[in-house]
Design a protein around this ligand. Structure first.
Ligand code: CA
Length: 234
């Protein structure tokens, strides 16, 4: 078992045999995978699987790979997720268009698996380098997304997973007020239908408690009937 990579790769490919082969090779190389065969399902699969990289076939049923690439790039949550487009021979002319749409790389069918793995590694490496901002600091609060660590004024705090995700969301836009609905979507994801809106208040309360240290002000602002924000200058 290869434990050095915990990356999740979404394989969006409608050719069953190819998808299975890619899947097999990626798993063997230590990646976690998911296969999606329909363009229409790619976005929802991204929501639930949260991939670190997407292998996106150019020609997918219902929504094409290029259109998906364009849509993913317009969404804040996914605009940093690396995309490798899979093109067939003869579609090379479209490669440029793919890269313009926001793909990070492309690979032409038929390809060898060592080549695919090398490209995946290169793209992930580049993306990790450019993601140097995996540490975000707002006021005296620092969040390290790679290490799941939160510090306040240099003191390490202990947050539950939901509180961590809440903070992670709020810290993205300091001072901006997030509605409870928006927080539900961002933190609880698409499966939030059964989550009551009041749940957000409960977890905000827990987050406040987790962030409170002596002599420091509450960094979370409640805006009546609007929502919550993390204040930059508190
Ligand atoms: Ca295809």
């Amino acid at each position: 078992m290869n434990t050095k990579k915990n990356y999740k790769i979404l394989i969006a490919e409608d050719e069953e045999s190819l998808a299975m082969l890619i899947d097999y090779n990626l798993i063997k190389d230590g990646y976690q995978t998911n296969i999606v065969k329909d363009g229409e399902l790619v976005l929802s699969e991204c929501q639930s699987f949260n991939p670190d990289l997407i292998l996106l076939d150019w020609m997918l049923p219902n929504i094409s790979g290029i259109e998906l690439c364009r849509r993913l790039r317009t969404q804040k949550k996914y605009n940093n997720v690396p995309i490798i487009m899979i093109t067939a021979m003869g579609e090379e002319g479209d490669k440029i268009r793919g890269l313009e749409t926001g793909a990070d790389d492309y690979i032409t069918k038929p390809f060898s698996f060592p080549e695919l793995l090398a490209r995946i590694q290169a793209v992930l490496r580049r993306s990790n380098l450019s993601k140097g901002q995996n540490i975000i600091k707002v006021g005296d609060i620092t969040i390290n997304r790679d290490e799941y660590r939160v510090l306040r004024d240099g003191i390490s705090l202990s947050l539950g997973p939901t509180e961590f995700r809440l903070l992670n969301c709020l810290i993205e836009h300091p001072n901006m007020v997030f509605s409870r609905e928006k927080l539900l979507d961002n933190v609880w994801g698409v499966d939030n239908i059964n989550v009551e809106i009041r749940t957000v208040d409960v977890h905000i309360g827990r987050l406040r408690k987790a962030l409170s240290i002596e002599g420091k002000k509450d960094p979370i602002r409640t805006v009546r009937s609007a929502g919550y924000s993390l204040e930059q200058n508190f």
